[in-house]
Design a protein around this ligand. Structure first.
Ligand code: C5P
Length: 401
């Protein structure tokens, strides 16, 4: 079920006694890392309360098509676009008939018309209703349009009958939902990425920082998400929006960044340190704005910051750890030195003396250095390069883990 990590699933619930099992299904999907938004038909609310599903999904439940308040939050078209998968469980005979007829007379049918996401139905109804010619025709029509049917299972029914029409069990439905997604290189893995500069305050209005834009780290976060990973992006102050589906933790100083990096580190499989961390910080932060004096020279006292990536890599349960080495000369030899000194598994070396790549630029060119090999990745956009880097990092990670 690892394939459900970061996936956005609309769970449609229609009116049937099996609706009570949708609570368990919601819990399973959520537990497997999916973001679940529940849409209920009016009949479904007769069997299970929206409050239960709201509590289990952690998201508001969507009930009405023509509700101004709900539409102002996430309207039916947005919801249709948001979904990576629409799973309707239970799907009643009435719902299947309305969907087969192309109706859009409630939120769920409208959403099915509007979405480009795959749609899967878990039919659940009395065995005679399932066997009925019209229901069978509707099922075939839907399948011919690419809708997937999960089940129904056969067995004892709530009404006392025995036969086909039982909803499949939630655990089976969650497995089938997971199989609708391809496995990515990092499916099921958790990646922490530090990005951007740090700010080391001098007084309430001033700080020491650097020109790092955070673009490389943010591009890596997107690439890791595309590869199926769960990503925590620990970011210094930058002018970039948080990539979709990434958990961004915003920090200011190196000490904040270290604390955020160590928080939950036991869950981290791969740690990528792309942040430009200030090496030193002022020994003390003045309580009030430092006033200009008569002296021509002002001295600042600085103290060394903790080395975040080295701290992470020094742990007994260290994740696969990747650092960056931005150098202006002897790039590779400095990078190799850092690899060893900081106990890293890989270092991404780049030459920041060139103005066309590196720091604030949209492009970069790097050399990947590991204990036994160097690999040059030629100049490309940071987004493209990030995809290649994640692929190489994943490959090296699986070699040792
Ligand atoms: O030692 P140097 O700053 O050149 O090393 C760069 C690498 O170490 C980068 O991966 C950077 O994110 C990381 N680093 C860190 N904490 C520091 C300094 C650097 O994590 N205090």
């Amino acid at each position: 079920m690892q394939r459900l990590t970061n996936r956005q699933i609309v769970l449609g619930i229609t009116g049937g006694i099996a609706a009570y099992k949708s609570a368990e299904l919601t819990r399973l999907l959520k537990g497997a890392g999916a973001d679940v938004r529940v849409v209920m038909t009016p009949a479904a609310t007769e069997f299970i309360t929206p409050l239960t599903l709201q509590a289990l999904s952690g998201n508001p439940v969507h009930l009405h098509l023509l509700d101004t308040e709900a539409e102002a939050g996430m309207g039916h078209i947005e919801l249709a676009k948001w979904a990576d998968l629409v799973l309707i469980a239970p799907a009643s005979a009435d719902f299947m008939a309305r969907m087969a007829a192309g109706q859009g007379n409630d939120l769920l049918t409208t959403l099915c018309l509007a979405t480009d996401a795959p749609i899967c139905l878990a039919p659940a109804m009395n065995q005679a209703m399932w066997r009925d010619d019209t229901t069978q025709e509707n099922a075939k029509k839907l399948e011919a349009r690419g809708v997937k049917l999960f089940g129904p299972a056969s067995g004892e029914q709530a009404c006392g009958d025995t036969g086909p029409g039982r909803m499949m069990e939630p655990v089976e439905l969650a497995e089938l939902a997971a199989h609708q997604f391809e496995r990515g290189l990092l499916t099921g893995k958790t990646v922490f990425i530090t990005a951007g500069p740090t700010r080391e305050p001098l007084d309430p209005v001033r700080y020491i920082s650097n020109h790092s834009s955070g673009k490389m780290g943010y591009a890596l976060a997107e690439a890791a998400i595309d590869a199926g990973a769960k990503v925590k992006l620990i970011s210094g102050p930058v002018n970039l929006a948080a990539p979709d589906r990434v958990e961004r933790v915003s920090v200011q100083s190196a000490e904040d960044m270290l604390a955020a990096s160590l928080d939950g580190l036991e869950q981290c499989d791969i740690f990528i340190a792309s942040a430009a961390v200030a090496d030193y910080r002022p020994t003390a932060i003045a309580e009030h704005k430092i006033k200009k004096g008569n002296e021509e020279i002002m001295e600042l006292h600085l103290v060394k910051n903790p080395d975040i990536v080295a701290t992470v890599a020094s742990r007994a349960d260290k994740p696969f750890t990747v650092g960056f080495a931005a150098e202006t000369q002897d790039v590779l030899s400095y990078a190799r030195g850092k690899l060893e000194r900081k106990n890293l598994d890989m270092i991404v070396a780049n030459d920041v003396s060139r103005s066309d790549i590196g720091f604030n630029s949209d492009e970069n060119a790097v050399t990947l250095v590991t204990a036994d090999a160097d690999l040059e990745l030629p100049q490309a956009s940071k987004r493209q390069l990030a995809g290649q880097l994640i692929a190489h990092i994943a490959q090296s990670y699986y070699k040792v883990r």
